[in-house]
Design a protein around this ligand. Structure first.
Ligand code: AMP
Length: 116
């Protein structure tokens, strides 16, 4: 399923600034950061292209692990207490560019609401 640029990052065929990795998850700095801290947290499996492919019966453990990773990364990078934003873009209107599930973690600056 879904070969994307993130598949190459997972296989270490192209470089990335990795901030967290375990058997199921990889997290690395966004190449075009929109905040002082901008991390992408992704499952290593490419079977989920978007949030609309999530099936809680199959993916609940993986999703829990994504949030565990986000909380750890926020702590490690010093934004846990100041606050951070987690974003999952789904489909064209949300501006999804890469069809491999990914969670954006933004932090390190005050953010506006609603987002643009
Ligand atoms: P989205 O618009 O939610 O699909 O987000 C995709 C994100 O992937 C964008 O913020 C891009 O800047 C980021 N991105 C694309 N290619 C790379 C790469 N090679 N390394 C790190 N981040 C990337």
């Amino acid at each position: 399923m879904g070969e994307t640029i993130f598949s190459k990052i997972i296989r270490k065929e192209i470089p990335a600034q990795i901030v967290f990795e375990n058997d199921d998850i990889l997290a690395f700095r966004d190449i075009n950061p929109q905040a002082p801290v901008h991390i992408l947290i992704i499952p290593k499996t490419s079977e989920i292209e978007s949030t609309r492919d999530i099936d809680s019966k199959k993916h609940s453990q993986l999703l829990g692990s994504l949030f565990d990773a986000a909380n750890k990364i926020a702590k490690d990078l010093g934004v846990s207490e100041t606050g951070f934003r987690l974003i999952l873009n789904c489909g064209p209107d949300a501006g999804q560019e890469v069809y491999h599930l990914h969670m954006h973690l933004f932090g390190g600056r005050k953010m506006n609401w609603p987002p643009g």
